[in-house]
Write a new protein. Structure first.
Length: 547
């Protein structure tokens, strides 16, 4: 959840602030030198209000966001034009009969709007070492205020100390109708905000992210009877590639009837010949064409990302940000500037540190810093450059955010037995899931607290004690624990089942009689068959069993 965040910056390529005068800035002390062919001024402010994201399952998430944004662009200023504006600020307007000025292709545009966004994102596939996800944000846009003017052509020259000759003018411009209201100046904030909800518009952001995870198996674990669970609290990728299309759409406004195209020329006109109603003279020289439906395009951009994990905590990021919609074909718009940045960073649980090194035609090459201290995030894209160079400051940027969250965590398992604390009934001793974390040292399926032979695998029937020969007689009660026997003889065998246990049976393989130590007597004459000379006929012992 984001409580509050802001990102603000201003840049230009003509007025610079000398660091020696930074604490006592006045216009006269500014360093003035045009850096480039055309002059520009750019300012932005972005306030991120209460917003939150919720992960509903390992494959789905949604988010709600609120933002207030503003962008101001002055671009395409010629050297003569920017010097003229400079003279206005100095209250020393240049009106030189020998000097011509050209403001052609000069644009000024600004917009302040609010956004309410609903985002849905999901995992497209998760094939262990390959991972792809995508998201779409639909934004409800409400314009608070805006205006633009695109000077297709404006040339003039000085005539004398007080007059200029507008040789040619062709301007497209627009602003909302509520700027014409009588009460606008009296109650500007209320007027803007109340009218902003009159023309809601829709915008979009969309993006995809691919991750390569060659060590995916290192981030799997078993817990609470489940195997191969994913460590969702850990970054698993070796490298990540992202692509986004941002700020698609435009903010609609009710157009003022006084906006459109204004063009004309005074070339060849002698000021001394001007006589009559000024409105009639203007109407005869200039033409006004009402504009069509008025809307202000968002600062559309394409962004990519390549993020490489060098070590567990150290990452290297490359992000090209390509700003669109700053050409002549789309005049009613605001825009950012294309920027290419490389950011090495350290990521820890409660601390993050990054140093973005970026390049664009606004600030050229600059280095900044981003710091994350728990829930607080602060940074600047050019703070390090400001400290390391002596050049005048032409641009400045600052960011901060305060956000909290409930991160993914591996379930706590105090005794590391694969049973989470939530379910572990024996948290101090490693155990098994079958007994909710209580131990079964011998692994016989009988937990130690109920096992009378806890260190020797046994049977549940004997409370964990063994029956080695499997004859149903517990070893400690079995006089012949290595050989299966019967309960009649305390676990010792009677192979021929003649009622004489083998250890006392003289004929253990053949059923006999108890009186003859288990040996047979077929004729029942009391003489064992092996000693009976007439085994099939009853006899007398003195005649060796013969009759």
């Amino acid at each position: 959840m984001n409580w509050i965040g802001a990102d603000a910056g201003v840049s230009n390529n003509y007025w610079g602030v000398d660091k020696s005068n930074f604490k006592d800035i006045d216009y006269e002390a500014l360093h003035r030198e045009l850096k480039g062919q055309k002059g520009f001024v750019f300012a932005k402010a972005n306030i991120l209000g209460p917003s939150f994201m919720v992960t509903m399952s390992p494959k789905h998430a949604f988010a709600l966001t609120s933002r207030v944004r503003s962008v101001i662009n002055f671009s395409g200023l010629s050297k003569e034009g920017i010097e003229f504006l400079d003279s206005l600020a100095d209250d020393k307007v240049i009106v030189d009969a020998n000097k011509r000025f050209d403001f052609s292709d000069f644009q000024v545009a600004g917009q302040l709007w609010t956004e309410w966004g609903l985002t849905y994102a999901r995992v497209i596939f998760n094939d262990q070492d390959r991972f792809l996800k995508a998201g779409l944000t639909v934004k409800l846009l409400n314009g608070v205020g805006s205006g633009f003017a695109y000077i297709n052509r404006l040339r003039y020259s000085g005539i004398d100390g007080e007059n200029v000759d507008v040789g040619e003018i062709n301007v497209d411009y627009g602003y909302p109708a509520y700027f014409d209201d009588d009460d606008f100046e009296d109650d500007i904030a209320k007027g803007l905000i109340n009218r902003a909800w009159g023309n809601p518009s829709v915008g979009f952001d969309l993006g995809v992210v691919y991750e390569h995870r060659p060590d995916y198996n290192d981030f799997l674990y078993d817990m609470d009877g489940k195997t191969d669970l994913e460590r969702r609290d850990r970054a698993k990728y070796k490298y990540r590639i992202g692509f986004s299309l941002l700020d698609l759409g435009a903010v609609k406004y009710t157009q003022s009837e006084n906006t459109g195209n204004f063009q004309g020329s005074t070339e060849g006109l002698n000021p001394d010949d001007l006589d009559g109603d000024i409105d009639e003279i203007v109407d005869s020289l200039f033409t006004f064409t009402p504009g069509k439906a008025y809307k202000m395009s968002l600062p559309t951009a394409v962004a990519a990302e390549f993020d490489y994990r060098v070590t567990n905590r150290f990452y290297l990021n490359f992000t090209p940000y390509i700003a669109l919609k700053h050409g002549k074909s789309d005049k009613d718009k605001v825009h950012y500037f294309s920027t290419f940045s490389i950011t090495p960073r350290l990521e820890g649980k409660g601390l993050g540190l990054g140093m973005p090194i970026s390049y664009n035609r606004v600030s050229k090459l600059s280095a900044g810093i981003n710091i994350r201290l728990g829930p607080l995030m602060i940074g600047s894209s050019d703070a390090i450059s400001y400290l390391l160079t002596k050049d005048p400051l032409y641009h400045a940027n600052v960011q901060f955010g305060l956000r909290f969250g409930i991160p993914f965590r591996k379930k706590k398992d105090k005794d590391n037995d694969g049973v989470s604390n939530k379910y572990d009934l024996c948290r101090q001793v490693p155990g098994v899931w079958e007994f909710k974390g209580c131990p079964d040292r011998d692994g016989d399926g009988v937990q130690d607290s109920e096992d009378r032979c806890a260190d020797i695998p046994g049977l549940k029937a004997f409370q964990g004690c063994p029956d080695t020969d499997g004859d149903g007689i517990e070893d400690k009660n079995d006089q012949c624990p290595e050989v299966a026997g019967t309960s009649e003889f305390n676990g010792c065998p009677d192979t021929d089942n003649d009622g004489v246990m083998d250890s006392e049976d003289s004929c253990p393989e053949v059923a006999g009689v108890v009186e003859l130590a288990g040996c047979p007597d077929l004729d029942n004459d009391g003489v064992a068959d092996e000693q009976d000379h007439c085994p099939d006929v009853p006899g007398l012992q003195e005649f060796n069993g013969c009759p």
